[in-house]
Design a protein around this ligand. Structure first.
Ligand SMILES: [Zn+2]
Length: 239
């Protein structure tokens, strides 16, 4: 898309962007995002107003996976239309937006019933999953996507309990409720559902590179005035 040809870097300067991840070339880590052969399909739906071209991870996530698709929009008539092939929504999971504490899950990944209670046979519910849906955008944008696509209610609701917080740290102003980026949440889900911790390890190492490039691109902080204030004032010389 023509609008993706340029973006503003951390310093607000218009710069050329990568056609794959949409990021300024200085932040692009696509060369490290070698597609992983994931068994469980991934669908990332992004709100059209999601503007975080610097720190967003939706495109990078999909680029890192052989079996993944990415759509920008507000609504799709069905999951099959969004994925682009016939699928059974009952065999797909959607990362639930509510906080993990609501269901008090003890496992890293928990499947929920429509009323929010944990499914009795977790093992079977999770083993049945053919694909997972992630909503990319701010908290309110993801909520809008949820309500504009009633077919998501046919999918299995999933909550995750990551053991560690997002690698974003303080870089992002508005963290998701679960705190993870789309890339981190996807990596976490696939690693647990497929029983392959290496998926998460590989994807997180690419994410770390992306964050490091972002930090490197930031203008150096101005000297802190606090240091000057802390210096003791010279004693007035006695007259
Ligand atoms: Zn790129």
């Amino acid at each position: 898309m023509a609008t993706e040809a340029a973006a503003k870097d951390a310093a607000g300067v218009e710069v050329e962007t990568c056609p794959h991840c949409g990021k300024p070339l200085a932040l692009c880590v696509c060369e490290y995002a070698k597609p992983i052969e994931n068994r469980i399909a991934v669908l990332v739906l992004q709100h059209p107003q999601e503007q975080d071209k610097l720190l967003g991870t939706a495109r990078l996530t999909v680029r890192h996976l052989a079996n993944a698709s990415f759509k920008v929009g507000l609504s799709w008539p069905s999951l099959a239309k969004a994925v682009g092939r016939p699928v059974d929504p009952k065999r797909w999971g959607i990362l639930h937006l509510g906080s993990a504490e609501d269901a008090a899950p003890t496992a890293p990944v928990t499947a929920l019933e429509g009323d929010g209670s944990p499914v009795a046979n977790q093992k079977r519910a999770l083993a049945d999953l053919e694909g997972i849906i992630l909503l990319d955008g701010s908290w309110s944008q993801a909520k809008t996507l949820w309500w504009r696509n009633p077919w998501v209610l046919k999918a299995r609701r999933i909550v995750i309990s990551p053991a560690t917080p997002s690698l974003y740290g303080k870089l992002r102003k508005e963290p998701r409720k679960a705190g993870l980026s789309t890339l981190e949440a996807t990596a976490f889900l696939l690693a647990h559902l497929e029983g392959k911790p290496e998926i998460e390890k590989t994807m997180l190492s690419t994410f770390r590179r992306m964050l490091q490039r972002y930090r490197d691109s930031l203008p150096p902080p101005p000297p802190a005035p606090a240091h000057r204030q802390r210096r003791p004032r010279p004693e007035p010389s006695p007259q």
